[in-house]
Design a protein around this ligand. Sequence first.
Ligand SMILES: NC(=O)C1=CN([C@@H]2O[C@H](COP(=O)(O)OP(=O)(O)OC[C@H]3O[C@@H](n4cnc5c(N)ncnc54)[C@H](OP(=O)(O)O)[C@@H]3O)[C@@H](O)[C@H]2O)C=CC1
Ligand SMILES: O=C(O)CCC(=O)C(=O)O
Ligand SMILES: [Mg+2]
Length: 421
Amino acid sequence: MTGEKITTNNGVLNVPNNPVIPFIEGDGIGPDIWNAAVRVFDAAVEKAYNGEKKIDWLEVYAGQKAFDKTGEWLPQDTLDKIDEYLIAIKGPLTTPIGGGIRSLNVALRQQLDLYTCLRPVRHYEGVPSPVKRPEDVDMAIFRENTEDIYAGIEFKAGTDEVKKVVDFLTEEMGVKNIRFPDTSSIAIKPVSQEGTERLVRAAVQYAIDHNKPTVTLVHKGNIMKFTEGGFKQWGYDLAEKEFGDKVFTWQQYDKIVEEEGKEVADKAQDDAVAAGKIIVKDSIADIFLQQILTRPKEYDVVATMNLNGDYISDALAAQVGGIGIAPGANINYDTGHAIFEATHGTAPKYAGLDKVNPSSVILSGVLMLEHLGWQEAADLINASMEKTIASKVVTYDFARLMDNPTEVKCSEFADALISNM
Ligand SMILES: NC(=O)C1=CN([C@@H]2O[C@H](COP(=O)(O)OP(=O)(O)OC[C@H]3O[C@@H](n4cnc5c(N)ncnc54)[C@H](OP(=O)(O)O)[C@@H]3O)[C@@H](O)[C@H]2O)C=CC1
Ligand SMILES: O=C(O)CCC(=O)C(=O)O
Ligand SMILES: [Mg+2]
């Protein structure tokens, strides 16, 4: 290992020319996409900086590969290394359904307290899409990454544990509406003011930094009044308290309507827009899922809880070509820790076939390069991605939706990206 550590000073990253960056290859299609992606990253960095900068990749283990080597699915050494080197990148990891280990992806986010899952969604010209105007989709999803039902607090039907929970709820808390108490599993959904505030703070700051006109708080607060409704309330309060005259919220709008009438409120909102303030609004999750299809232009930055964010990110990805091209990052803006990762999973039926689209992990790497301040290398990959797709050289997922494509393998798509840089 010849590289140096990335460090942080008062929230500002200090990136050496040869940073050590840990990577987790991932399960299933992980090795296929990682082997393609790493060549693209190295080529872009080499070309952008003429050899002055170079990433020193450090493999760390999680998932099946870790288990085969160490008998553990998520070794402490992996967490320690990411903690030490601050920035990492990973492929997808398998989570069994209905039993077995809990998600390693979620464990990494929780144990390193990577409270923001940032998933920007935009269209690359030429990418096939099921909607008429995919170019209207340009959103950044801020998904809370440590709370909600992803906390994994669940009690299985038929166990002594769930019986205790049901007895406590019915006997001590006066709960009368567990429909089938003897055969229910129970899950707990913690959503906190602190968790909400740090996520919404990051989302509004992102809107300011990236010149985005709106932030939308997405919730199901009509039904889950204190968790999802709390998220909405704490989110609005935080925006008003910490961002003052940089924002105008729908909560402020409603108050003006109540006190001075709708005309005055409309004028206040128009004035706020004219003054370049960010409009902070909210939407209930079900109608939001309709409106991102019918009126995507109305949404820019989206702040939401863990489960909503998981659903919304795959749904939005579909509108711009699917999860094969949807990048993501898990970030703690306070400590500087971040793990960049594809939005999709391990797609086991394609594992080892050198077939799938590596763009999701490649564009996650682009987010990482931007995060490091290596914009020139990020720009090279973005431009090459656009050029390659425009020339219809694509993997199977895009090829099946295009007229006259040149379908290439995962590794060949990486070759094309490199030669088009
Ligand atoms: N962050 C992570 O590590 C994540 C892990 N997972 C885990 O992955 C496993 C499998 O999950 P599953 O729900 O099947 O979802 P996956 O995302 O693994 O795959 C579902 C489908 O999405 C398409 N797809 C996925 N990746 C690509 C790609 N790179 N290029 C092109 N198409 C792609 C394929 O569609 P088609 O069949 O149409 O070709 C695939 O069959 C589970 O264990 C799950 O828990 C899931 C999500 C995230
Ligand atoms: O951890 C998993 O297996 C799934 C996670 C997931 O779907 C996501 O983060 O988008
Ligand atoms: Mg998901």
